[in-house]
Write a new protein. Structure first.
Ligand SMILES: Nc1ncnc2c1ncn2[C@@H]1O[C@H](COP(=O)(O)OP(=O)(O)OP(=O)(O)O)[C@@H](O)[C@H]1O
Ligand SMILES: [Mg+2]
Length: 243
């Protein structure tokens, strides 16, 4: 007997006006993290926008635990359990940490272990220390924590993250990966979009590589890390830069 996958994407197409960007994406995601890797402009952010209802011009099928998401507005998709951490974090510089957390529409969970600001502050003590500071005064790493915190407060089943490591120093990225692993152990499904091979492979064993709006290859971290020619072909990175 097969259970319904958490996320099932089939034949997903997306457009910006006449520009046909996603050209038939198929993906299945269970509880195991999946990383989508791809160079600049391959359609990774467009995929995130299509999955979260933020792009009006889409067709195909996206099911979350069997519920069709295509055609649903973003707030409904969030309420069904999809959390989103956008590329570039999108925080409000003049609002404090506390105000950001208070602004998130809350959703109950069936399991009872809902995220609260208190749980967020326990996960990210730096945010607790800075709760009354305007978010614009936070470091890049702290702003990323805040973006993740905001998504967690919607109590997602699935967290979609768009290049969370972008612009962060290596030591901060290590901390980010440790946090994401902790969330995975806690039962959260993660779809991680990345350009950095090392970040993707540190979190996910399952890797999908995007080229020009399509999934060109599904592979594993181990296979990709062991194959510099494959990295070069799909990601244009040398083995050294990938480290
Ligand atoms: N608002 C838009 N209007 C028209 N074309 C767009 C728009 N946003 C993105 N595109 C185009 O769609 C394609 C995919 O862009 P997308 O932002 O999804 O790529 P990406 O993989 O996220 O890139 P990056 O790694 O730089 O974030 C690109 O060719 C881009 O120029
Ligand atoms: Mg992008």
């Amino acid at each position: 007997m097969t259970s319904v996958p958490l996320l099932e994407v089939h034949g997903l197409h997306a457009y910006y006006g006449q520009s046909h960007v996603l050209q038939g994406i198929d993906l299945v995601l269970g509880r195991e993290p999946l990383a989508v890797l791809g160079r600049n402009g391959m359609g990774k952010t467009t995929l995130c926008l299509a999955l979260t209802g933020l792009l009006p011009s889409v067709r195909g099928s996206v099911r979350l635990a069997g519920h069709q998401l295509i055609g649903q507005p973003p707030h409904r998709i969030a309420a069904l359990g999809v959390g989103y951490v956008p590329q570039g974090r999108r925080i409000f510089p003049s609002l404090t940490v506390e105000e950001h957390l208070r602004l998130v529409p809350r959703r109950g969970t069936s399991t009872g272990d809902a995220w609260t600001p208190e749980r967020i502050y326990a996960l990210f003590p730096r945010l607790a220390e800075r709760r009354r500071q305007p978010a614009g005064t936070l470091s890049g790493g702290e702003q990323q924590m805040l973006a993740i915190a905001r998504a967690l407060l919607t109590n997602p089943q699935l967290l979609i993250m768009d290049e969370p490591s972008e612009g962060l120093a290596p030591v901060i990225v290590e901390h980010l990966i440790a946090t994401l692993r902790h969330l995975v152990i806690g039962g959260l499904a993660i779809l991680l979009v990345e350009q950095r091979l090392a970040v993707a492979t540190a979190l996910a064993q399952r890797i999908a590589i995007m080229v020009s709006g399509r999934i060109a290859l599904e592979t594993t971290s181990d296979m990709l890390l062991a194959d510099p020619a494959l990295q070069q072909r799909y990601l244009g990175v040398s083995a050294q830069r990938a480290a």
